[in-house]
Ligand binder design. Structure first.
Ligand code: KG4
Ligand code: ZN
Length: 369
């Protein structure tokens, strides 16, 4: 089954085709990130206008690449490739920015209706976790194969706006374990980047790069001095809180001691604090629920220190770690197609397609599956 997925929840316009939920045939991502860097944050109206501009070219390019992947003759009208070779359309219905979501949702509905295909609504947050179900053709690494993902699994979602732990009993059978009471881990990385003058928007990766440079510069190895707190690490539940950590960084950066530290070391210390908390609570959940598998997703799962720490802890615990290749950690439509294949409860066709709507405040447990 070949699913064409569309993702437009924020500042990326993405389309992809995935076969049977595991084989990526093509993927296209356009981003308006650079516009939001200039304003120091996403302006919803600007993001939505960019979605409008990009949606047709992105889907068209995706279908052109599908034709190439399938070895079919190029068509004057790429839609013919879609009509002939696509079995269903999937789309992110939320959460996200309403103006951005609506563009993808209405485009997907129109294609499904015009081509006479079913439409599968997808929850973006659940989608992130399904980046692990794709076979990584580039590295031919098996850890991404569905065969190794066994249920019950614990899912850790760490994105720009969410930090959640869920118990995945099976496809579509999820239970909420816990999550952040305030800010997400990604938000804490991003605001630290801003306070340190590294980037005004989505600077998590730059914090991570600075931390890595600092570690590389320490010939005799490096150990955290615990400059920052590990919020709720010993709370005995599965809640997180990162807003106090943001405040701690802000106080530190404006305080007297800041001059004694390099930017790299501050980044390293912040990264250690976030990773320690995420890893400790996640592994507790894995233990409590007897999960044989940890499934990680969301932009922050691209973080090298988090990947290393979870790999070490999972190895010790005899648990399989499933973490996507870095290119699939941030927003794209590949994992939306995979999530759609494995969670078809919300599938609609014919006139019922009209009843699918964008929902900007969809929570991780609000089922589009
Ligand atoms: O999942 P995502 O692409 O968008 C949302 O759905 O929110 O996540 C974006 C988040 C941002 O906070 C970004 O700074 C963070 O992921 N991020 C990272 C890294 N790469 C992306 N945070 C830490 N280290 C990274 N390497
Ligand atoms: Zn995302």
């Amino acid at each position: 089954m070949k699913i064409l997925a569309i993702e437009s929840s924020c500042d990326e316009t993405a389309a992809a085709v995935v076969e049977d939920g595991v084989r990526e045939l093509c993927s296209v991502v356009a981003t308006s990130k650079e516009l939001h860097e200039a304003t120091g944050g996403v302006v919803p109206e600007v993001a939505a206008r960019k979605q409008v501009e990009s949606i047709v070219p992105v889907v068209d390019e995706c279908l052109r690449r599908l034709g190439k992947a399938l070895g079919v003759e190029p068509q004057a009208d790429q839609q013919e490739i879609g009509r002939q070779h696509i079995d269903a359309i999937a789309v992110t219905i939320g959460p996200g920015l309403i103006g951005s979501l609506v563009v993808g949702v209405e485009a997907a509905k129109t294609l499904a209706w015009a081509w006479g295909k079913p439409l599968i609504p997808v929850n973006h947050l659940v989608g992130h976790l399904y980046a692990n179900f794709l076979i990584d053709a580039a590295s031919k690494r098996i850890p991404l194969s569905t065969k190794l993902i066994t249920f019950p699994a614990v899912g850790l979602l760490v994105s720009g706006g969410h930090t959640d732990l869920i118990l995945m009993r099976d496809h579509g059978k999820f239970e909420y374990i816990g999550g952040t009471l305030d800010d997400a881990a990604g938000e804490c990385f991003d605001k630290t980047a801003r306070m340190l003058g590294l980037a005004k928007y989505l600077g998590g990766v730059l914090v991570s790069n600075e931390a890595q440079k600092f570690k590389d510069s320490q010939a005799s190895g490096v150990k955290s001095r615990h400059l920052f707190p590990r919020p709720l690490i010993g709370s005995g539940d599965f809640e997180f809180s990162f807003s106090g950590l943001k405040t701690a960084v802000s106080r530190f950066v404006t305080g007297e001691d800041f001059a004694k530290y390099s930017v790299g070391e501050v980044c390293y210390e912040l990264e250690c604090a976030i990773v320690d908390v995420l890893a400790a609570k996640t592994m507790k959940a894995v233990e409590k629920f007897g999960a044989g598998c940890l499934v990680v997703g969301g932009g922050v799962s691209a973080n090298g220190a988090l990947r290393v720490k979870l790999a070490e802890m999972c190895e010790k615990a005899g648990v399989t770690l499933c973490i996507p290749p870095v290119r699939l950690c941030t927003d794209n439509a590949v994992y939306i197609a995979s999530a759609a294949f494995f969670n078809q409860n919300g599938i609609v066709s014919g006139k019922d397609i009209a009843g699918v709507h964008a929902n900007p405040s969809l929570g991780i447990m609000d089922g589009s599956y």
